[in-house]
Design a protein. Structure first.
Length: 584
């Protein structure tokens, strides 16, 4: 058995070899649970079963496993005619759809590497990722930012257009499928081969490309199916960006591994309709969407009335079932939240409705490393280590992970790769955490987000922000205070709170409520963490304004830079609330 130092050396060497595009040599044995092997398995075993369901302009199209694999084989035949070097990168730039999944299978069959890119990026950000990944081609579909066209991002590369793609130069998907005979062989890729480059969302700087090998994908699937089971009758809906590691692992990888059926949503306007069509048995989302679900329920059924109905034994079951059915979640057997901490009260509220909601944890560099096995759940904790994962804490409290899911390294970034791993091969997550005696992990914020006040004490802003965001009047919050005597918080008010504040009486009522929130929050904090005041801003924090990442996380450095020049005048006010209006 190799020592930890030998394992570390191997990990590092693999990372640097792949970083230079010297891909691992094919091995003589290919495990049967690698993604292409699993796709071929279901092509044989469930040929006539529906694999993909795609709504397009009011119509719904289904692909059986046989049909989806036939299109993948035809597209692989086209890609083979291009004679690109093995390991060439091919971008997928599209909202989630059935062609996205088929394209990735075709790319892998052809010996190439997928590079998914968020469709909500700015042109310059997307252009930067194209320059960095140096793709030979791009599969293009529907976009959140209509300006993200390959002809402007990387002129000269081959473009294949999904049926949902905007008008631009390129090959039509259906034409290529019709014009090429499907390949007969079942090409496989060694476990050590580079499969994909997944870019981080860039919360603290420029995105980095995490390189994942084919051998990591079976462990992605195991991390999910230890909770959901491997039942091929499971249904999932894919709507969170497939450019993110969570959606790739929780939806695509688990579905290909276990034979699940994947439904897609056409767009945000049709999401609820698409969700009700899918009736998913497995559902993954982010805290923000769960909060919107709750808000929608309260608009139709006020909380005090719902609480009263749930206390009546004969009515409770019917009310729960009706609410979950109207949300499209009536068939869910496994539900999870991730990407950011979910409010404890929100998690417990859904459990009270009968939704078996738990949290999970992972990173772009690690895959899904923690979940609640067998549907268990411990509020405030993200779960226990997935199969093959070893978790430890550094003396500073950083969560460090040794796992077969760990990335090989950062693409074209050997320095970043060296800094990402410890000497004995553990990946540094950058998250602060604690592990209880039963092995359950709790996340307490990011190391890089911590700041020191002028009193020399560290403050972890994300923990305080989670407390503030639990209030219905708060849409989002940012805690600042580096070098100041005490921290403060900037709040973006919810739509309902803004409506209340539109009148003088409502504004006075809201002000009183927010002052109470400030006082109540400080009672839960250590003295050096006490917030001095709230700043209420009217600026929209969104992907479009550049303040949120594509995964809806705060771009903390961007926000801090945006508001830095205003801090002196805010602190000079010496009041509990500062109402700040910015001109658009």
């Amino acid at each position: 058995m190799r020592s930890s130092m030998e394992r570390s050396s191997t990990v590092r060497q693999d990372a640097f070899e792949v970083a230079n595009l010297e891909l691992a040599k094919p091995s003589s044995a290919v495990p049967q649970d690698l993604p292409l092997e699993r796709a071929y398995h279901w092509e044989r075993r469930r040929a006539s079963h529906i694999f993909l369901t795609q709504p397009v302009k009011g119509h719904v199209r289904n692909w059986t496993w046989a049909q989806a694999m036939n299109e993948a084989r035809c597209m692989a035949a086209f890609l083979a005619t291009q004679n690109w070097p093995p390991g060439s990168r091919i971008v997928i730039l599209s909202r989630n759809n059935a062609w996205w999944i088929i394209a990735e299978l075709a790319i892998w069959m052809s010996g190439y590497v997928t590079v998914p890119i968020y469709t909500s990026l700015t042109v310059e950000s997307a252009r930067q990722l194209f320059r960095h990944s140096e793709p030979v081609a791009c599969f293009l579909g529907s976009l959140d930012n209509p300006e993200l066209l390959p002809e402007t991002l990387a002129p000269g590369i081959v473009c294949v257009k999904f049926p949902t793609a905007p008008a631009c130069a390129g090959f039509e998907w259906q034409t290529l499928v019709s014009d090429h005979d499907p390949i007969d062989a079942n090409p496989v890729r060694p476990a050590g081969d580079l499969a994909t480059v997944i870019y981080t969302s860039g919360t603290t700087g420029s995105p980095k490309g995490a390189m994942h090998r084919f051998g990591a994908f079976p462990y992605f699937a195991k991390a999910v199916t230890q909770v959901t089971g491997e039942n091929p009758r499971h249904r999932v809906i894919s709507y969170l960006p497939l450019a993110h590691i969570a959606e790739r692992a929780l939806t695509e990888t688990a579905a290909v591994a276990s034979g699940w059926r994947i439904f897609f949503s056409e767009n945000t306007a049709t999401f609820l309709t698409d969700l009700k069509r899918a009736r998913p048995t497995v559902f993954f989302s982010v805290p923000r969407l769960y909060a919107k679900f709750q808000s929608g329920v309260f608009q139709k059924l006020p909380q005090h009335r719902l609480d009263r109905l749930l206390r009546i034994p004969l009515v409770r079951f019917l009310v729960r079932r009706r609410i979950l059915k109207q949300l499209g979640l009536g068939s869910v057997r496994c539900a999870a939240s991730g990407s950011a901490p979910i409010r404890l009260d929100l998690l417990l509220w859904f459990r009270k409705l009968g939704l078996p909601l738990t949290e999970g944890y992972g990173a772009t560099e690690t895959g899904i490393t923690h979940s609640a096995p067998d549907g268990e759940g411990r509020p405030g904790y993200v779960g226990r280590s997935a199969p093959g994962v070893v978790t430890r804490l550094s003396p500073e409290g950083e969560v460090q992970v040794s796992s077969p899911m760990n990335m090989l390294g950062y693409y074209q970034d050997p320095q970043g790769t060296r800094e990402a791993f410890t000497e004995d091969g553990f990946l540094r997550t950058g998250d602060l955490g604690e592990i209880d005696r039963d092995g359950w992990l709790k996340i307490n914020g990011r190391i890089k987000e911590q700041f020191k006040t002028s009193k020399g004490k560290y403050v972890t802003p994300s923990l305080i922000e989670a407390m503030l965001n639990a209030n219905s009047a708060v849409e989002s919050s940012l805690v600042m205070g580096s070098g100041l005597p005490a921290p403060f918080a900037i709040l973006v008010l919810s739509a309902e709170a803004c409506r209340v504040a539109a009148t003088e009486v409502g504004r006075n009522t809201l002000s009183s409520s927010l002052e109470n929130l400030l006082a109540a929050t400080n009672t839960k904090l250590a003295p050096h963490e006490h917030l001095k005041f709230f700043v209420l801003v009217n600026t929209e924090w969104s992907i479009k304004t550049g303040f949120l990442t594509p995964t809806l996380k705060l771009k903390r450095p961007v926000l801090e830079a945006h508001y830095a020049h205003l801090i002196p005048q805010w602190t000079a006010r010496n009041t509990m609330l500062v109402w700040h209006t910015e001109e658009s």
